[in-house]
Design a protein around this ligand. Structure first.
Ligand code: FMN
Ligand code: COI
Length: 373
């Protein structure tokens, strides 16, 4: 159990969430918590896990569960890692450096966002477990190439290209708040001219929406992936796949892994809940490459369900930010360890000793049906 300066025992992800909300300004809180438009997909991501029912096996001789997993030659203590999220210094002065320390303590993967507020190199120096770098496709390809090269030089293990943002989802909360990246927080890995719009508050509306409209390349298509592939020797992971069709195309275009994700409900409102897309995508991939998952995972049993449906690893977006806000590196480690302990606990009670023992027989068939979304 983690106990931070608040004195309140933090037993679950929602304990960290409550603690974080007290410490973070309301516009930053809305940026973190919010989703696109009416937030129906955001809500559906969580609801999908509420529908899952597990099938425990008894007298299985499983006194403890092994949560270790390996990906691209790196071993992790847990299959629960950190999804890329922008600007960690919005909630903690040390930002991604503290996140990396926390991930290291938990033995977890940390996917550093392209819009990290600490340098790729400083984050690498603080890390003791695997790091990957996430990229968006910018009109300025030279900036992408530079980041890919710096990541490779600094020991990052993969490039994760986010493919679900040809344009940014409309986020009413940020638009109403006139949200802009302020103070001394900045995407320090990218030259300031590319990022200028993200800081301009004077026009009202979401500065991030204006920034992404100007700097992201919306014309990207499958054929362009070859260019990025040529920039780096690192494995290329595509994040934001929700259909069998796109999963098959990703495999055909040589993706080394894919992430089933609807961007935490922040892109197409009305899109399928992430969990409800997982079986379809895993079936289409058919073992051709690892499938990762994010969206709505808040407890170990949620991770168990996603792993049973075919995910090799499960990533958390908002919860590590809650941990970081509530308690810096300790909070990040606390969130990851809590979820991992819950997963191990659920595995023992479900009679599964190790991650490869998790398959769809761990879930009631109604959990696989695709639900309401
Ligand atoms: C505050 C915030 C910032 C995010 N920034 C990025 C980003 O820079 N790049 C990216 O690929 N995804 C980004 N995401 C999406 C996450 O990687 C992930 O897909 C999503 O948060 C998972 O859902 P969850 O928050 O329910 O765990 C962001 C999400 C949040 C909440
Ligand atoms: C700066 C943004 C493009 C990052 C973000 O909020 C997101 O990807 O959801």
């Amino acid at each position: 159990m983690t106990q931070l300066q608040t004195g309140t025992p933090l037993l679950t992800a929602s304990d960290y969430r409550r603690s974080a909300q007290r410490l973070v300004g309301s516009d930053v809180w809305d940026f973190i918590e919010g989703g696109a438009e009416d937030e129906r997909t955001l809500a559906a991501n969580l609801r999908a896990f509420d529908r899952v029912r597990l099938r425990p096996r008894v007298l299985a001789g499983v006194p403890d569960a092994d949560t270790t997993v390996s990906l691209f030659g790196t071993a992790y203590a847990t299959p629960i890692g950190i999804a890329p999220t922008a600007y960690h210094r919005l909630v903690d002065a040390e930002g991604e450096v503290a996140t990396a320390r926390g991930a290291g303590r938990a033995g977890a993967l940390f996917v550093v966002g392209m819009f990290a507020s600490r340098t790729i190199e400083d984050i690498a120096a603080a890390a003791s477990s695997g790091l990957w770098l996430q990229l968006y496709w910018l009109r300025r390809r030279d900036v992408m190439r530079d980041l890919a090269e710096r990541a490779e030089r600094s020991g990052y293990g993969a490039i994760m290209l986010t493919v679900d943002v040809p344009r940014m989802g409309r986020r009413w909360r940020d638009m109403r708040n006139g949200f802009a990246i302020g103070g001394d927080v900045a995407a320090v890995n990218i030259e300031p001219a590319v990022m200028a719009e993200a800081h301009r508050r004077d026009e009202g509306g979401s500065a991030l929406a204006r920034h992404t409209a100007g700097s992201f390349d919306p014309s990207l298509s499958w054929a362009d992936l070859a260019w990025l592939r040529d920039c780096t020797r690192l494995p290329l992971v595509l994040k934001g796949i929700l259909t069998a069709e796109d999963a098959a195309l990703a495999v055909a275009h040589g993706a080394d892994a894919i992430v089933v994700s609807n961007h935490g409900g922040r892109q197409l409102d009305g899109a399928v809940a992430s969990l409800d897309a997982l079986a379809e995508v895993a079936d289409a991939v058919g073992g051709a490459c690892p499938v990762l998952f994010d969206g709505g995972v808040r407890r170990g049993a949620d991770a168990l369900a996603a792993l049973a449906l075919g995910a090799r690893m499960v990533l958390l977006g908002r919860p590590p930010l809650w941990g970081l806000a509530a308690g810096g590196a300790d909070g990040v480690a606390g969130v990851l360890r809590t979820a991992t302990e819950e997963l191990a606990h659920a595995m023992v009670l479900a009679g599964r000793a190790a991650l490869p023992d998790l398959d769809r027989t761990a879930l009631r068939p109604t959990s696989l049906a695709g639900g309401d979304a």
